[in-house]
Design a protein. Structure first.
Length: 653
């Protein structure tokens, strides 16, 4: 769902100015400008998978993929989507999507928390064309616009130069609008039979400044400008260049009342947001009294479009209300006295793009779901002969892969924490999912479950720390995370279950799970400097077996490995009694800063964080089976591989 600006046609996000950059498109829909066919639902390229390797696709992100419609033509529409660097054209009749040969410099990015985008895309009205199948390809470097007519049919292409000293203001139908700060210098530029002709825009008041395009189609363009008494609007006839003032002062002394105008094939919409009103003028008879609709049910940030006699309105995403997916699209109709709101789609993106046939294009969900995956797509909304407002799906929009915040793997079960299912970041940031993998041959998924919701308490997740939830698998069908619950408990979940599983209360103010195997756990006190060796019960509360000063420690099955405070000695004890089993000393007596135990191997870190060393747990393991030794020396990450004692074997993933 895009949080865009106040414009209906390709609105510009409030935090980002329109960028007129060089060579927006160098190849496109037309003769001599090749396209590449893509699936009906345009999907970015998948990663290459090697033989014997399994790549599991991420779950669908709870917030749908950001899409933006750049040009709604007569036979199809041009659009872009998050995570993709392609420009896409979708045919209305067949739903076939083709990709332009030219691509964005980088894939389009979207911030789900505030609804802003990052990418070299212009959202100015008409930048890529408007009101027809003519696609405009502007190059600032070459000071020209390439017009591709006929959406890739035999229409061919035409190059229109932008006059020196002028800026490109958009293409409407086959007419290129250029302008300068001088209103008399605005021109309508056309190319016919190899000859370029310019028609000046006339009729704007003297002293008009800060002129910009607010809306347009193949017949007219609406310009907004400033004079001594505030904002005004005029509509320009593209056939003649004549500008005619629009009725922007219903109350002569209230210059603030009118906030904008929008075009549809049969109407001119006047917005009076401060009054909570919208007026629909007959475009064929603008002098006739307008129909007035009540819009006070929507905020000043709502976007509007017109289908027949109905007004469409949709609000932007609302972080304060946890509405990150979008909001309902309403149709506003009037019986002459009251305005009725009818829900058309929920949720929908806040971008309503008028098509030449009078319909409106909008991205939204097939149906509302409180939580879970949304079936997102681009729809055409139109008014039927009976006055009802209907919608039809034009193309599917593939979900955005969820951000994985953490994962664990144990006994053939992969568990992830990601931002799928539900996104309400003040309380919920996603879901835990478990995937059972086959354990013979190349692994493959056999089933997947949603185990419960990821809370904001589960890890320090933000845009700078996406991998923020450290997870553990116990190898017997449970998974846990480093951070405790709100009440300070170390808690496990059963794979496939949404409710809490076994818990352990260490009594520490800031317990952090450091290792987990079977029913045993190592829990560190983040601020106390203490360490707890705990035993989980089958259900309910577990117990603390040992409380001690923090040390390098790891657990595998019922064996606890502990590093001495100095001297490099690592000792194995049997839980729950704590009986000593074996011990070994690291090369050069380096004191481990961290330990891991995996089946018959013990791994240690000494000195420099991240410098990992391995002690082969059985002297029968050949040296070639181990990573190559490092140069012998100090304990700052340059220790050699050393021999240790065998850790008890236990089946685990």
């Amino acid at each position: 769902m895009a949080r865009l600006g106040s414009h209906r046609h390709r609105p510009r996000p409030g935090s980002r100015p329109v960028r007129r950059t060089a060579a927006v498109l160098a190849a496109a829909l037309g003769l001599g400008l090749p396209l590449a066919p893509t699936p009906a639902a345009a999907v970015p390229a998948a990663p290459t998978v090697s033989a014997g390797e399994l790549v599991l696709p991420a779950a669908a992100r709870a917030v749908p993929r950001f899409t933006c419609i750049l040009n709604a033509g007569t036979s199809g529409f041009l659009w872009v989507q998050e995570g993709d660097d392609r420009y896409l054209w979708t045919d209305y009749a067949t739903g076939t999507t083709t990709a332009l040969e030219q691509r964005l410099p980088v894939p389009l990015q979207y911030d789900i928390d505030n609804g802003t985008y990052l990418g070299d895309v212009s959202f100015a009205p008409g930048h890529y064309g408007d009101g027809s199948d003519t696609v405009a390809l502007y190059s600032e470097e070459d000071a020209q616009v390439t017009l591709v007519r006929g959406a890739g049919t035999s229409g061919g292409t035409t190059v229109v130069p932008v006059p020196e000293g002028h800026t490109y203001e958009g293409t409407f139908g086959d007419t290129v609008l250029t302008g300068t700060s001088n209103p008399g210098a605005f021109q309508l530029v056309r190319a016919d039979d190899g000859e370029v002709r310019g028609t000046p825009v006339t009729g704007l008041p003297g002293g008009a400044h800060d002129i910009r395009v607010e809306d347009g189609d193949a017949r007219s363009v609406i310009l907004r400008y400033q004079t001594e008494d505030g904002s005004h609007w005029s509509i320009v006839d593209l056939a003649t260049g004549a500008a005619e003032a629009l009725p922007d002062r219903p109350s002569p002394q209230e210059g603030w009342e009118v906030t904008g105008f929008r075009l549809s094939p049969g109407s001119v919409l006047r917005l009076r947001t401060g009054r909570g009103k919208a007026d629909l003028f007959d475009r064929a008879d603008p002098a006739a009294a307008p129909r007035t609709l009540e819009t006070s049910a929507l905020s000043y940030q709502a976007a509007y479009g017109v289908v027949g006699s109905a007004l469409l309105g949709v609000e932007p995403m609302s972080p304060g209300d946890d509405k990150y997916r979008g909001q309902p699209l309403f149709a506003l109709g009037s019986d002459g006295s009251d305005t009725a709101l009818t829900k058309v789609m929920d949720p929908a993106a806040r971008q309503l793009v008028q098509a030449p046939d009078g319909s409106v294009l909008v991205a939204g969900a097939a149906q509302y779901v409180d939580r879970g995956d949304l079936d997102w797509g681009v729809y055409r909304v139109a008014q039927g002969a009976d006055g009802s407002v209907t919608r039809s799906r034009l193309t599917a929009v593939q979900p955005m892969p969820a951000q994985v915040h953490g994962l664990s793997l144990g006994s053939g079960i992969l568990t992830t924490a990601d931002d799928s299912t539900l996104y309400e970041p003040h309380t919920v940031i996603g879901a835990y999912r478990s995937t059972w993998l086959t354990t013979s041959g190349t692994p493959s998924p056999s089933r997947t479950t949603v185990d419960g919701l990821v809370s904001g308490w589960d890890g320090p997740c933000d845009e700078t720390t996406p991998r923020c939830i450290r997870m553990f698998a116990d190898g017997t069908g449970h998974h846990g995370r480093r951070d405790p619950t709100e009440s300070g408990l170390t808690m496990l979940r059963s794979n496939g279950a949404a409710d809490w599983g076994p818990t352990l209360d260490t009594g520490d103010d800031s317990p952090q799970l450091a290792d987990l195997s079977g029913r045993y756990a190592v829990v560190d006190g983040a601020s106390s400097g203490k360490q707890y060796i705990g035993e989980f019960a089958t259900a309910g509360s577990g117990k603390v077996l040992l409380k001690r000063d923090r040390a390098a420690a790891a657990v595998w099955g019922s064996t606890l490995w502990s590093g001495a405070a100095s001297g490099g000695k690592v000792t194995a004890t049997r839980l729950p009694a704590g009986t000593a089993v074996e011990s070994f000393t690291t090369r050069n007596g380096c004191t481990p800063s961290d330990l891991q135990a995996v089946d018959r191997f013990v791994y240690w870190c000494a000195g420099t964080p991240g410098a990992t060393h391995t002690a082969p747990a059985c002297t029968t393991v050949r040296p070639s089976a181990l990573p190559p030794p490092r140069t012998a020396g100090s304990c700052s990450g340059t220790d050699t591989w050393s021999s240790g004692f065998p850790a008890p074997s236990r089946t685990a993933g």
